[in-house]
Design a protein around this ligand. Sequence first.
Ligand code: ZN
Length: 494
Amino acid sequence: MRICIAEFSHESNTFASIPTTLNDFSSLEGREIGDHYAATFHEIAGFIAGAREFDYELLPLVSARATPAGPLTADTYEALVGRLVDSIRGAQSADGLLLALHGAMVSEGYPHADAETVRRVRDVVGPDFPLVVTHDFHANVPEQLLANVTALVIYKTNPHIDQRECGLLAASIIARTIRGEVKPLCAMVKPEVVLNIVFHNTGKPPLLPIMDAAVELEKQSGVLACSVAAGYQYADVPWMGPSVVVVTDNDLSLAKEEAARLGQMIWDIRDRLILNVPDASTAVEQAVNTDATPVALFEMGDNIGGGSAGDATILLKELMDQNANGWVVTIYDPESVKICARAGIGATVSLMVGGKTDDMHGSTLQITGRVRTLHNGFFEETERRHGGRRYWNQGLTAVVEVGKTRPDKGGLLVLNSIRTTPQSIHQITCVGIQPNQQRILIAKGSIAPIAAYEPVCKKIINVDTPGATAVNRSPAEYRHARKTLYEWRQYDSK
Ligand SMILES: [Zn+2]
């Protein structure tokens, strides 16, 4: 049995100011895919492990992924989907395809880009070819996608720490399908709620009991997979919002029944999905006054993993305005890094920092400080963390001491050259920062950084800040999403 594996993954934020182009994608081909992913916790590591566990031969085709940002340009989508489809066309002897798609890709021309990808793949392989797709927990799943897959399996955790298992489950389903042991049938229900990202922690209520129910259902005989995707509120598309997808062995009525039951569980928590997140000034005040240090502040409006700029200055400004001490803030600012590198370690530099990508993430701040370290930006994460990724590169990185009139005063500004999601604490340890010696750590994210920051912080405070990933975006800013979603009906009635 020979099974192709491939990846084409992007989470596209339709509110972000910068489109995603070919240069933003990291691409791998053939054996490079195994070299990159085998020792990770990514779903492709599950596809790879499945070869041994379920006795198939791997045919790695192509992989393309980029950090979340604005939608793909039409040329970018066509180039990458073309490369994927060509590689499948070339794999004549294959018995099936395991395809890792994010589930919230938007391109210029295709608001349901993942469904379009699957449609084109299906066109090439024919109606009966086993094609099992995996999705991120933040997928916005349209019916069109489901119509063209043999089965769909979605991560069950956020932070995403079960991706490998998700890949392995997909591998098991495709192997059993090819052997004729099962005939997967899928049903989906889309509960009519927004389900704001603030509530996406699967380790806590209100989602925890629903995810537990999904795990339990998967143990039931006749059920091959049960997935709950929370949705991605930063893609303004008609199918934005949560989805429940149940895959059974040749029993459509069971799939429909169970999808409806879990969908109802999501609907039943609708009145608990009310936002209560402090703003920057309140959150920094709480952080300055807490004894539970280090405390992490999550700058939710600049959630890099949700497609925002990575150069927001909202919390940095607030920390300086409130004379906070022992803080660490990371900002994407290649221009300032160059100035620091030219000046060298120990030099005093005057910088215009952050707020350069657009006007959504605070203004550029004038900062004077001393260059403490310079680093090439490479680091490695061997623990199970959101995204399952091992090898990282944040580009040339400078640490600048700001307001350090005494060792216990001021803070550390980490300036990097590649927009990097805060999914690993080694993003700051690699530049010589010891988290337990600091008081306030800023992470530009929402739920994802929990896996990295919870082990080193005594407390985490979510912060409602403006930006491309603002958690309190008005429904008036949406043009395509369903205005009938429950939280927005409440909004209309006010
Ligand atoms: Zn996600």
